[in-house]
Design a protein. Structure first.
Length: 265
């Protein structure tokens, strides 16, 4: 190996040149890597929204035990003589109505319908020949609305001695609905406040900055309807003992949907 100045080998000078070249290349690469990472960091940041208008729906629900029952009683008779069938229906309905008034004086009674129609034989007739009725079917229904639920089982059992129970459903009285009106509105408005806070947090704003421009309670209340329970329409004789039925009034959920327009200045 040929010696250089002061006895140093020439290979030492070549190592110095290589080292300087590597350091310069590394210095040039660092700004490029930093520039590639910058867009990723800036995209992760959420800029606070300004002048944003949001439309937010909200929902409220309040449940209350049912305090009212709606019952439908009916009588039906069939006879070859229309007048005979109608007379028996009229007599039985009168007796049943008077009994119901004694059992529950506070109940609201109203006649739902009264029908009369012919009964035809099952066999077919020759074409062009009108079938002749073989009898008549006459019936009448009575609707009973009561809030005396504690005595309802005994009332129904006694009434079934004269009338057949066609249907029964439970619900809320008008007075109970009025009491719930404010509660369900408060529940919906409270849910709206929670949604405004969530929206403000997502946008990087303060909930206190929100300005309510419009609140629509037009959705009104929504009551989930309960299907009327179908009852056995078979009549029993007054002499036959009627077992007292068991009822579970349940509860009714009152719901309200509102929509609000909120501005973040």
């Amino acid at each position: 190996m040929r010696a250089g100045h002061r006895g140093c080998p020439i290979l030492v000078m070549e190592d110095v040149v290589i080292r300087k070249t590597l350091m310069l290349s590394l210095a040039l690469c660092l700004p490029v890597a930093h520039a590639q990472q910058a867009p990723v960091q800036s995209s992760a940041a959420v800029a606070p929204a300004s002048g944003t208008v949001l439309t937010l729906p909200a929902f409220g629900e309040v449940r209350l035990a049912n305090d009212q029952a709606r019952l439908v009683f009916m009588v039906e008779e069939q006879d070859k003589d229309q007048a005979a069938a109608a007379s028996r229906v009229n007599r039985r309905m009168k007796e049943g109505t008077e009994l119901m008034k004694r059992l529950d004086p506070q109940a609201q009674l109203s006649t739902r319908n009264y029908y009369t129609y012919p009964v035809y034989a099952q066999e077919k007739t020759s074409s062009g020949k009108l079938r002749q009725p073989v009898g008549w079917r006459v019936g009448q229904s009575l609707e009973v609305v009561t809030t005396n639920l504690s005595a309802l089982p005994q009332t129904v059992a006694r009434a079934q001695e004269k009338l057949a129970l066609q249907g029964l459903n439970f619900g809320l009285s008008d007075e109970a609905r009025r009491k719930l009106d404010r509660q369900v509105m408060e529940a919906a408005y409270r849910h709206l406040g929670e949604r405004i806070e969530s929206a403000a947090l997502i946008m990087g704003r303060k909930a206190s900055d929100a300005q309510l421009e419009h609140v629509d309670f037009g959705g009104g209340e929504i009551v989930r309807p309960y299907a009327m329970a179908r009852m056995d329409m078979a009549m029993k004789s007054a002499a036959e003992s009627i077992e007292v039925p068991q009822f579970e009034p349940g509860e009714t959920p009152i719901q309200m949907n509102i929509v609000a327009r909120v501005r973040f200045p």
